[in-house]
Design a protein around this ligand. Structure first.
Ligand code: IMP
Length: 446
């Protein structure tokens, strides 16, 4: 029995797709446990670039791919992805847990109007992806959700929509002063059809994963977003609404602790930081308010953005960029129980000034932990350690020893600060542009 957990140890967009894809090949099951189509994984496979938002990346290897109960599922989007993947010739073997909450049209409407109303308030907007994520999780926990088991049962779906829709309509019309775009009957009709199309995917993910693990199969848990966006441990309230941390897996999938206790947790971090939205980001080089105004960004923000193609896979918005923040990285590593790190996009920093944040200044004191309070996070000033710029490096370096001197110094500095090894170094989009520094538990069987 073996399980590997891939988590983002920054604010999402760390390049999890590439490493997930590499490891998916060597696992029997690939399981997505949280988030929804706010995520976007770009995977280059066979020279072609694919972007998926919901589909676990096991699909690229014809592996059994599971969407667990902790995900919020937009049925139209998953159907689109199934169709695209099938057309591209992939064998789609997808299972969806009956307890998974469904993103309904009103979740998307509320995401839009709530974001707009936040803009006029002091704390400002979150910069959500507008995919209905927060409102859907809100309904899940207030027990007004519609689950996959409702979606695929015509009568139950009608009952649930008739119970929930009038309240949503009332709020939209009377508080937000907008008219719902779809009527109750239109929604029932459209979602009944979506349920019919998705019914064959029904599976008890909890049972399937438990069975796989006790029968000595290899399971890969694929995270979306990252620790700084965690609804509890991130920069609350400017976070997403799920738990992208490894500790969420027992509940969000439905597996007992002991079965996943020995998982190899792999944390993915970029060589710099990006964030989408207006959350605290001490090392940010983009001045001014969100969204990014590239004309007031400090050097070398625009170069990093350009080289790293730092624009949202889901929304296309320019991401805020900044130097690597080791304070937050260390916290995310500890919180997730990360055993080893993957450093991605290190090539982007080549030739540029290289700084890493090693502490913050807050109230004239030097601190090495991120405060829990967003008001304090917002005024933390970065204290940097300046390192020698990374040398331009060749096309395909295959082993760690062949890396130039400053690269090694940089990597070793990170390892020392954070306390775990950087075992994979990715320096370009293709599979070949990955150095495996030392054999990790996740790949001993490769
Ligand atoms: P939501 O998840 O759409 O509610 O958005 C909440 C916050 O999380 C916003 O700042 C989003 O930009 C951010 N966010 C959500 N998903 C991702 C992701 O996959 N990558 C980066 N940021 C994300």
């Amino acid at each position: 029995m073996s399980s590997t957990i891939i988590v983002g140890v920054q604010a999402g967009d760390e390049g999890k797709g590439k490493i997930t894809d590499i490891l998916a090949e060597y696992n029997d099951l690939v399981v997505r446990w949280q988030g929804g189509n706010n995520a976007g994984h770009t995977i280059v496979f066979g020279g072609i670039k694919y972007t998926v938002h919901l589909m676990p990346s096991g699909v690229f290897h014809g592996k059994r791919s599971l969407i667990a109960n902790g995900v919020v599922l937009n049925p139209e989007k998953i159907i689109d992805e199934i169709t695209t993947m099938k057309k591209a010739g992939f064998n789609v073997d997808l299972g969806i847990d009956p307890r998974t909450n469904i993103i309904m049209p009103w979740h998307i409407w509320f995401d839009g109007v709530e974001e707009k109303s936040r803009q006029t308030k002091e704390e400002g907007s979150i910069g959500t992806t507008g995919r209905g994520i927060g409102p859907c999780y809100g309904d899940k926990y207030s027990r007004n959700g519609i689950r996959f088991e409702d979606l695929i049962d015509e009568n139950r779906l009608e009952d649930r929509v008739k119970k929930v829709y009038p309240e949503k309509e009332f709020m939209l019309k009377n508080y937000y002063k907008i008219e719902p775009i779809l009527s109750q009957d239109e929604i029932i009709k459209r979602y009944t059809e979506l349920g019919r199309l998705l019914k064959p995917c029904l599976t008890d993910v909890s049972k399937e994963v438990i069975n796989a693990l006790v029968n000595d199969k290899d399971v890969l848990f694929e995270g979306a977003q990252g620790a700084w966006l965690d609804v509890v441990f991130g920069t609350y309230p400017k976070v997403t609404s799920s738990n992208p941390i490894a500790g969420a897996i027992p509940v969000d999938v439905g597996v007992p602790l002991w079965l996943v206790a020995n998982s190899c947790v792999i944390g993915i971090t970029k060589a710099y930081v990006t964030r989408v939205g207006s959350q605290p980001m001490p090392t940010c080089l983009d001045r001014g308010k969100w969204p990014v105004n590239e004309s007031v960004s400090e050097y070398p923000a625009n170069i990093i953005r350009e080289r790293g193609q730092e624009r949202g896979t889901t929304t296309g918005r320019p991401r805020r960029v900044g130097y690597l923040d080791l304070v937050q990285l260390k916290y995310a590593v500890e919180l997730n129980g990360v055993e080893e790190l993957v450093l991605t996009k290190s090539d982007v920093m080549a030739g540029l000034p290289l700084k890493v944040c090693v502490a913050y200044e807050l109230d004239n004191k030097r601190i090495t932990e991120m405060p829990t309070d967003i008001k304090k996070q917002e005024v933390c000033k970065p204290i940097y350690k300046e390192l020698s710029p990374l040398e331009e490096c060749g096309e395909f370096i295959q082993n760690y020893e062949a890396l130039p001197k400053n690269w090694k110094e940089y990597i070793e500095f990170i390892e020392e600060y954070v306390g775990v090894p950087v075992n994979f170094i990715s320096y370009g989009p293709s599979r070949e542009q990955t150095i495996i520094k030392s054999i990790s538990r996740s790949i001993t069987r490769l």
